[in-house]
Ligand binder design. Structure first.
Ligand code: FAD
Ligand code: NAG
Ligand code: NAG
Ligand code: NAG
Ligand code: NAG
Ligand code: NAG
Length: 646
């Protein structure tokens, strides 16, 4: 167990007669003291759960359950350049695999999900987008709640973020439009703080009068098209995750308890309210063999286990398609046919070129040379500068298929608006492939292309009623003709870009299978055999309008036909954002916290807005499966203890 020194902790230690005040991090479910109750129980500490837990715990007692381990002291999570080593198959990864993907020639691929405090924000590549204006306006249209529109969400977008200085102290001028950003939010955003050898060439390519490859000063303005600087979740040269931005800073100040290694195994049906089943309890355990514990939420349970974990938990709890649940021996409490359906993700393809770096170092050199790696690690450790501060391309590009393309001749354009991108470029100065090992000689540039507005939909289904069995994950990558066609267009766009004068003398030629793929049929075969994923799992518990029967969630993120239950993570987005999705999750969670607090105020105001008093005065109790225990509550003891401190 770990206790942060703070006034709350000090108060708790002063009197053994009192229940300990909240604000502790426990390593095991068995360590939770017997005498605590919570207003809210949040499941999962990723972008969604971390944000909601930190915001709510400013005024309410919150318990955060996280299935994974602590992120503390884990260098691979802290060092941005080590992000490619955070998964798959690590102690922070759920170790999932997809089912065979027909769009990828039936390949099954590793499906990385963070299992650690901070969730996938501790494993990802840190690129932060708010998503295009069209996404938010579509969300408002789909839900019938204008509160989700781009204009209405401005305040929440700013509340998330704080722009900080990049590791190399470079100027932000012309690279981030400070006027549109927030400056006091918990999450640090900045430019990647080390200039690689292709950055200036990419900038040069934007000056060649091409509308397609124009420069965009700030992708987070609502207008994303063009090439511009990546804004990353970095602070002083290290990763800023939802653990470092939302959780650790508040432990000790907010009424926030965290239990690590605590996997929610079931949402407990705590009765009916007005004929509707309520789910204000959670069962959890460390592993399949260990003791199961339960905890109740006085107000709500908030499921933030991500686009895989959240539908899995609802299904295990009897909220899902009744017939499908019956097949795994679960009786439906709420027959909700779309739980786990509509699953979406962004396919990712790497397109490699042979290049002449003219003696400049690129990532191929670093990957092949342990001495260089040691040198840059030492630089990072000593001053948090250098190439190890960078975990993503310094510049990203967002594009639409050309107007004269025939892609949408027979299909509806799937983007959220005429300015929303169909695909993205992620240019890496080095070799990247998902299907072949890196060459041992030569220099390369890989322009990864991500399909941002897929039509394809997959699913998440239970394999059994055992919560410790991995679910059946089908992201449906490239399983529609139109998606494969758009990915082909992305490859053609990369080829046009490679013709820019800026690359004269740098790009020597296309590498490997890309070079051989010339006809449309050949490009399609190349796309199918080389594509993987950016791991942007999304939309498996889609929000819809209040009267929609095609949605799982209401516009306020409550689960339809239930009481006391909400979902706050990327599973709630009705379509995968046409951008890196992390920003969308943080932003949705900021509004979710307000929606939740407003609902609580309608019922009854919080006891105290002061965190210390609210945690000390909160009714503290805990339920075990067999035996609810409510501890006696001693107000005078608390007040005496406060008086002794002051
Ligand atoms: C390799 C990789 C690179 C990526 N790069 C980027 C990027 O550059 N930019 C970007 O925008 N996005 C990126 N993403 C995606 C992004 O990180 C996710 O979309 C985002 O973190 C989703 O947030 P979330 O809150 O929905 O879920 P998560 O962050 O996945 O959090 C879910 C949490 O719930 C926990 N959990 C699950 N089940 C249970 C349970 N039953 N009980 C208790 N806890 C549970 C998990 O352990 C996890 O901590 C990347 C993802 C990967 C895998
Ligand atoms: C994932 O698999 C690897 C290799 O088997 C293992 O070491 C790791 O502990 C697993 N991750 C988790 C979270 O169990
Ligand atoms: C993929 O598997 C399905 C079902 O087994 C099969 O019909 C199909 O031909 C396979 N596709 C490829 C490209 O192997
Ligand atoms: C939202 O709906 C309005 C009215 O139907 C429509 O004019 C607008 O184009 C829609 N916006 C988006 C982004 O779908
Ligand atoms: C659209 O449909 C027509 C008629 O079936 C077909 O000839 C054409 O190839 C299709 N276009 C695309 C891009 O699929
Ligand atoms: C829902 O209700 C509104 C208002 O009653 C109505 O206009 C709309 O068509 C209904 N259906 C959906 C899917 O929103």
């Amino acid at each position: 167990m770990r206790l942060r020194t703070s006034s709350v902790a000090a108060l708790a230690c002063l009197t053994s007669a009192l229940p300990r005040a909240l604000s502790e991090v426990f390593d095991d479910p068995s360590q939770l003291p017997d005498d605590r109750t919570y207003d809210y129980v949040v499941i999962g500490s990723g972008a969604g759960g971390g944000t909601v837990a930190s915001r709510l715990s400013a005024s309410y007692n919150v318990l955060l359950l996280e299935a994974g381990i602590s992120d503390e002291g884990q260098m691979d999570l802290m060092i941005p350049a080590r992000d490619i080593f955070t998964g798959p198959g690590t102690k922070y990864d759920w170790n999932f695999t997809t089912v065979a993907q027909p769009g990828l020639n039936n390949r099954s691929i590793a499906y990385i999900r963070g299992k650690v405090l901070g969730g996938t924000t501790n494993l990802n590549y840190m690129c932060f987008n708010r998503a295009p204006k069209g996404d938010w306006d579509s969300l408002a249209n789909i839900t019938g709640d204008q509160g989700w529109s781009w204009d209405e969400m401005q305040d929440y977008m700013k509340r998330v973020e704080r722009i900080t200085d990049p590791a190399d102290g470079r100027s932000l001028d012309g690279r981030i439009d400070l006027d549109i950003h927030g400056n006091s939010g918990p999450l640090s955003l900045t430019l990647n703080g080390w200039e690689d050898n292709i950055e200036s060439l990419i900038v040069k390519s934007t000056t060649e009068q091409s509308e397609e490859f124009k420069y965009n000063e700030d992708h987070n303005s609502g207008y994303m098209l063009g090439l511009g600087y990546t804004q990353s979740t970095l602070l002083h040269g290290a990763r800023d995750s939802s653990a470092t931005s939302q959780i650790w800073p508040y432990v000790g100040d907010h009424s926030l308890d965290v239990i690590l290694n605590a996997q929610a195994t079931k949402l407990i049906n705590t009765g009916t309210e007005g004929g509707i089943p309520a789910f204000r309890g959670v069962e959890f355990a460390r592993s399949s063999q260990s003791t199961r514990y339960t905890v109740k939420a006085r107000k709500e349970v908030i499921v933030s286990a991500g686009a895989v974990g959240s539908p899995q938990l609802l299904l295990l709890s009897g909220i899902g398609p009744a017939a499908e649940l019956q097949q795994v021996g679960i009786t439906a409490i709420v027959d909700s046919p779309h739980v786990g359906k509509n699953f979406q993700d962004h396919p990712l393809l790497s397109n490699s070129f042979s290049v002449d770096t003219k003696g400049a170092m690129n990532n191929d050199d670093i990957m092949r040379d342990p001495a260089l790696q040691a040198k840059f690690f030492q630089e990072w450790a000593a001053s948090r500068t250098g190439p190890f501060t960078v975990g993503s391309p310094n510049i990203l590009g967002f594009f639409r298929v050309p107007k004269d393309s025939d892609v949408f001749q027979n299909a509806t354009d799937p983007t959220s608006g005429p300015d929303s991108p169909h695909f993205e470029f992620l240019p890496f100065s080095g070799f990247v492939s998902f299907v072949e090992p890196p060459p041992t000689t030569g220099h390369y540039m890989s322009v990864l292309t991500a399909l941002l507005a897929p039509v394809s939909r997959g699913s998440l289904v239970l394999k059994s009623n055992n919560p410790f069995d991995k679910p059946i994950i089908d992201p449906g990558l490239l399983n529609t003709e139109v998606d494969r066609h758009v990915m082909r267009e992305a490859v053609k766009s990369v080829r046009r870009w490679a013709m820019s004068a800026a690359w004269d003398g740098y790009i020597l030629g296309e590498y490997g299978d890309l070079a051989a793929a010339q006809t449309d049929a050949e490009i399609e075969a190349y796309v199918r055999s080389h594509t993987a994923t950016v791991h942007h799992a999304s939309s498996s518990l889609a929000m819809g309008s209040w009267n929609s029967t095609n949605a799982v969630l209401n516009p306020d993120l409550t689960v339809k036909n239930t009481k006391g239950l909400r979902v706050v993570d990327l599973s709630a987005a009705p379509f995968v954002p046409q951008a890196h999705p992390l920003g969308t999750v943080y932003i949705i969670a900021e509004r979710a916290a307000d929606l939740i607090k407003n609902d609580a105020l309608k019922l009854q105001p919080p006891l105290h807005s002061e965190p210390i008093l609210s945690s000390a005065l909160g009714r503290l109790a805990r339920l075990t499966t067999s035996q609810p225990i409510l501890s006696p509550f001693n107000i005078q003891g608390v007040l005496d203890a406060v008086a002794r401190i002051v």
